[in-house]
Design a binder for this molecule. Structure first.
Ligand SMILES: *[C@@H]1O[C@H](CO)[C@@H](O)[C@H](O)[C@H]1NC(C)=O
Ligand SMILES: *[C@@H]1O[C@H](CO)[C@@H](O)[C@H](O)[C@H]1NC(C)=O
Ligand SMILES: *[C@@H]1O[C@H](CO)[C@@H](O)[C@H](O)[C@H]1NC(C)=O
Ligand SMILES: *[C@@H]1O[C@H](CO)[C@@H](O)[C@H](O)[C@H]1NC(C)=O
Ligand SMILES: *[C@@H]1O[C@H](CO)[C@@H](O)[C@H](O)[C@H]1NC(C)=O
Ligand SMILES: *[C@@H]1O[C@H](CO)[C@@H](O)[C@H](O)[C@H]1NC(C)=O
Ligand SMILES: *[C@@H]1O[C@H](CO)[C@@H](O)[C@H](O)[C@H]1NC(C)=O
Ligand SMILES: *[C@@H]1O[C@H](CO)[C@@H](O)[C@H](O)[C@H]1NC(C)=O
Length: 343
């Protein structure tokens, strides 16, 4: 090709190359400078807002896809005694519960003082690249015989009162984390597991009040709950964490694109525990698999959970969630091989 060119053409091409190299050089220097500046900026930001150890633990093994979904925000997943500062840094101090701490501060202060830990449990901290499974409560797990497989993961996340007892064959028996709220936490010691860390979600000021009351062994006021909350705590304080509301905000805003205000005629939509659990997993895991998340909303007679007799109609009637939006999001993640679905 080159040999068939006229000499003049060769000359201009040579000149062009020199010019191009100059551009390239300037470009590289500029990019390097930009990278350097961004690096400093990001580091500064990270250091100033997120000073504690548990974050460093989280940073040991990243999954880039999860970071993109979370919009690069690296935060502490659980609230600590200094949650007021955590909230100011994240801007959640100005938002009412459930997506902020406003209107819950007083009781959160009382409750968090009673919790000795706000970091990941030691056994989990030590695993640098965590392979996690989030076990939904879906009826699809019935007769799945996935128990052994589920128990083989580093971190097993379950939700609400989805039992292990009696369902080991299908859902496994280990539970690393269990996400719940006052109306869904186990209160029967039959279900007690000393190896579980319970992650409490605070949806309303009453939930923070409840937590303060059960931790201080006070009489629990059942006013303001949509179902009778647990009146006693079967877990030890070191087994409890409070989910950072910022994570729920991420689910609602970045993942499900819920509006921040709903018209008065409509029930405000909140994410389900399942999608919150998956988002929490994105914060701390390197690999995330899911099971028990398939819901067929058109099949109203099918069983909702792998336990009990509720049917899909219960979920379809729930105006506080948008299950189809969540299913769409999950399908996308599975199609893009961001997560793996076992069921
Ligand atoms: C992602 O984070 C940036 C900077 O923190 C923010 O400006 C942007 O609005 C966020 N995007 C979404 C979708 O929340
Ligand atoms: C975690 O690792 C540290 C040192 O690497 C060790 O001292 C500690 O016993 C480990 N903890 C658990 C619970 O495995
Ligand atoms: C599960 O297996 C049991 C016993 O084999 C059977 O009676 C039941 O119908 C099965 N349930 C489902 C949902 O397939
Ligand atoms: C809790 O973990 C310990 C140590 O791994 C194990 O020996 C024990 O069987 C576990 N208990 C339950 C109830 O899973
Ligand atoms: C959902 O259930 C309906 C009715 O039972 C059935 O026709 C449809 O194929 C199911 N969809 C999926 C995705 O399983
Ligand atoms: C659903 O269950 C109800 C009552 O058990 C029954 O009348 C109805 O025919 C069932 N529908 C379907 C599609 O199976
Ligand atoms: C579910 O229904 C079966 C059969 O009608 C019944 O034996 C069982 O006690 C019910 N389970 C619950 C949790 O209500
Ligand atoms: C649920 O989410 C989907 C997808 O974002 C949206 O099209 C639909 O209108 C929502 N449904 C309700 C009841 O808000």
């Amino acid at each position: 090709m080159v040999s068939s060119m006229m000499p003049q053409e060769r000359f201009t091409m040579y000149q062009g190359l020199i010019v191009m190299r100059k551009f390239l050089f300037v470009g590289i220097v500029f990019a390097a400078l930009l990278h350097f500046m961004l690096h400093i900026f990001v580091q500064k930001k990270t250091v100033s807002t997120l000073p504690t150890d548990s974050l460093k633990e989280l940073k040991t093994c990243y999954n880039e896809k999860f970071r993109l979904i979370l919009n690069m925000s690296e935060i502490e997943p659980f609230l600590c005694g200094n949650f007021r500062k955590q909230s100011v840094d994240l801007g959640t101090n100005k938002l009412d519960l459930p997506y902020g701490t406003h209107r819950g501060e007083r009781f959160l202060d009382m409750a968090l003082k009673k919790l000795p830990k706000c970091s990941l449990p030691d056994e989990i901290k030590n695993i640098s690249c965590k392979k996690c499974i989030v076990v939904g409560n879906g009826g699809v797990l019935r007769n799945s015989t996935l128990g052994k497989k589920i128990d083989s993961y580093d971190v097993i996340i379950r939700m609400n009162d989805g039992p292990v007892l009696g369902y080991e064959e299908d859902v496994g028996q280990k539970t690393t984390f269990r996400l719940c709220y006052p109306e869904s936490i186990f209160s029967d010691t039959l279900h007690y597991d000393p190896n579980t860390t319970v992650v409490l979600m605070m949806f309303k000021p009453h939930d923070a009040k409840w937590l303060a009351e059960v931790l201080m062994n006070r009489r629990v006021s059942t006013y303001g709950f949509w179902r009778k909350p647990a009146l006693n705590l079967i877990y030890q304080p070191h087994q409890l964490r409070v989910l950072n509301p910022f994570i729920m905000r991420q689910v609602s805003k970045n993942i499900l694109n819920f509006p921040t205000v709903f018209p008065k005629t409509e029930k405000p939509k909140h994410p389900t525990t399942g999608i919150i659990a998956i988002t929490l997993a994105f914060h701390m895991c390197n690999e995330v698999h899911i099971a028990g998340f398939k819901y067929n909303l058109t099949s109203l007679n099918s069983t909702l959970h792998y336990y009990g007799n509720d049917t899909m109609s219960v979920m379809a009637q729930n105006e506080y969630h948008n299950v189809s939006a969540e299913q769409m999001f999950l399908r996308e993640l599975v199609d893009q091989h961001t997560i793996t679905n076992l069921t």
